[in-house]
Design a protein around this ligand. Structure first.
Ligand code: FO1
Length: 339
């Protein structure tokens, strides 16, 4: 038997989930209720990654890891529950002494004391020459996860946002990093465009799995800045297109609004419709089915007019049982009956 045949056979029991942060993490908790961890691989966006204080921070990977470990702060949806902020507090002392033009000691991005340990470990291992895939597996193991978490690439890819209006020290037309847009400006400044720096040269992870897995789910993550970078990696969209009947997306937009983050505003600022129909239009090339919430049931025909099957169910994962049922419905829509 060839290696490819072996990997295709192993992958036939595999589910691949394209994942951003909070929405994907909640969905993965549901998926885990219907499939064993060893059958699940989450391929996670890393274009939100940033370097601050010399530390490599991977917000989406950490949100998924902490959520699956049951350690996430449930109110914020990022960082650890019961966190302390001593190091951040101590940094404030240096703000007045910081010379003009220096970004040292930034306090606009909140790093809890325990969370810092994750970034310190990741950075030290990357400095030793480990890949982000290897370090992610080590961090996942340290948190006791059985599920495989795969960064979308081991190469640097960075979401860059061009502002349509002035905000703080930035002028309209300035291009800034994603975390500056999201956290420093609280994602309430209009965006003129978004690009993924480095994506053309980056080597994607998990394309074989996307080809051979029994089903692929697109988690309810931001279609532009979370799923967008994954789809922009070489070969990902083409692979999904080639098997779109067993690719199922979940809309992160419910009743015209994002449950968390700026997905609705970004869609309209970038000329797309901030609704399940807009999501269907974006995902139709790669998805056979789009799952939408009951709140949008009246848009079923409009979704199907975009060329995707539409499944209506509860998609707001306020508890584990709802997340599990959503996962079961998504798998069934992909032809994988787990009931
Ligand atoms: N989000 C915030 O809104 N404010 C923060 O200060 C912040 C810090 C932070 C630290 C570590 C981490 O892993 C995530 C953090 N996030 C913070 C969340 C994160 O930046 C965004 O939710 C994602 O990048 C969007 O998916």
């Amino acid at each position: 038997m060839t290696t490819t045949a072996t990997s295709a056979r192993a992958s036939a029991t595999q589910l691949a989930v394209l994942a951003g942060g909070v929405g994907a993490a909640r969905m993965l908790r549901g998926v885990r209720r219907v499939l064993a961890d060893e059958h699940i691989t989450a391929i996670v966006n890393t274009a939100d990654d940033t370097v601050l204080h010399g530390l490599h921070i991977s917000p989406d990977l950490d949100t998924v890891t902490y959520t699956l470990a049951g350690a996430i702060d449930p109110e914020r949806g990022w960082g650890l529950a019961g966190e302390t902020w001593t190091a951040m507090g101590a940094l404030v002392r240096y703000a007045a002494a910081r010379p003009e033009g220096s970004t040292a000691g930034a306090t606009w991005f909140n790093l809890g004391d325990q969370d810092l340990a994750t970034h310190m470990y990741r950075t030290a291992r990357l400095d030793e020459g480990a890949t982000l895939t290897e370090v992610t597996a080590e961090i996942a193991a340290a948190w006791g996860l059985g599920m495989r978490l795969l960064p979308m690439t081991d190469d640097p890819v960075a979401t860059r946002v061009t502002l349509a209006a002035a905000a703080g020290a930035n002028a309209a037309g300035d291009e800034i990093g994603f975390q500056e847009y999201f956290v420093k400006h609280h994602h309430d400044v209009p965006a003129a465009s978004v690009r993924f720096e480095g994506v053309e040269a980056a080597q994607p992870n998990g394309v074989d799995l996307l080809r051979d897995a029994r089903a692929v789910l697109i988690a309810p993550s931001n279609p532009i800045v979370s799923i967008g970078p994954l789809r922009a990696l070489e070969g990902v969209d083409a692979t999904l297109r080639s098997r779109r009947e067993s690719v199922v997306g979940v809309s992160p937009i419910v009743a015209g609004a994002a449950l968390k983050g700026p997905a609705d505003r970004l869609l309209s600022e970038l000329g797309m419709e901030p609704s399940v129909v807009g999501v269907a239009r974006l995902y139709a090339p790669v998805c056979g089915t789009l799952v939408i919430d009951h709140a949008d049931a009246d848009l079923t025909d409009a979704v199907e007019a975009e060329g995707v099957r539409c499944v209506v169910t509860a998609t707001v994962m306020s508890d584990l049982a709802t997340a599990g049922e959503l996962a079961r419905i998504c798998l069934a829509a992909a032809g994988w009956d787990v009931s």
